[in-house]
Write a protein that binds this ligand. Sequence first.
Ligand code: CP
Ligand code: NVA
Length: 298
Amino acid sequence: MRNLLSIEAMTQADMEKIVAASGPMKRERGHHQRQPLAGKSWALIFCKSSTRTRVSFEVGIRELGGQVLFLNPNDIQLGRGEPIKDTARVLGRMIHGAVIRTFAQADVEDFARFSAIPTINALTDDEHPCQILTDIFTFEEKRGPIRGKVVTFVGDGANNMTNSWIFAAAKLGFEFRVAAPKGYQPSPDILTRAGGKIVVTDDVKAAATGTDLLYTDVWVSMGQEAQSVERVQKMTGYQINQSLVKLAKPDALVMHCLPAYRGKEIDEATFEANAQTIFDQAENRLHVQKAILNWIVS
Ligand code: CP
Ligand code: NVA
């Protein structure tokens, strides 16, 4: 039985398999030959807000023949303190797979262990693996293999997105540069666990120079709202804007996992100039996650 709990735990071969299967999923939308989730019920348990991940999983599960239950933790006993391992053992006897967005990575891992059904991490404080697989697919769809390329992340260098990028870089053989202020740079532990070619700097211009992909994410992730003022103060300047784009390769892509906060991690003009790429990226969540679902049940 398979799970998708983190990029760290994935093999290079499985990542490549999912990315390779995403193109056919996209092209065959509306006329899939197979319905790998036919007769199966999947639950979505989301302890944090979501637009893209929730809708793409709900639609994707249905398009592969499955039924979906969206479970708001405040409506189930989980929200009143029932342990995750008990919730997992109950749901494991009733449903066939789960997609979970929550805070602690350990909760997704415990759910997978105790439920014994395929479990997908739809974002934790530590990782966002479905987003990263989509980002790699989107890059390769537009620019060819990511191996040997340079990806520059600007902003909060110590969040779930940067962690997943760091693990992906080592496995797929691209250089990953993180431009972030001190205090918001990747933890030495993550860098040691990942290996690979990772450059960490507070020099945003140096990190952007000659890059193939400029990438950013919110400065304040879900659950960090109490630190908003300090984070915005410290990260001011770590923004993708028109002058930074000029330092990248002429055909560099600008991507954002969304939601975007204009005037913070990206400016309005740069966001709108790259909206085609950014919304292709958002759409691709659907196709890549269908490839993930197909992989996980096969
Ligand atoms: N990028 C992303 O995961 O978006 P949502 O929070 O809307 O799901
Ligand atoms: N780092 C962000 C990603 C949102 C998709 C967060 O966790 O809120």
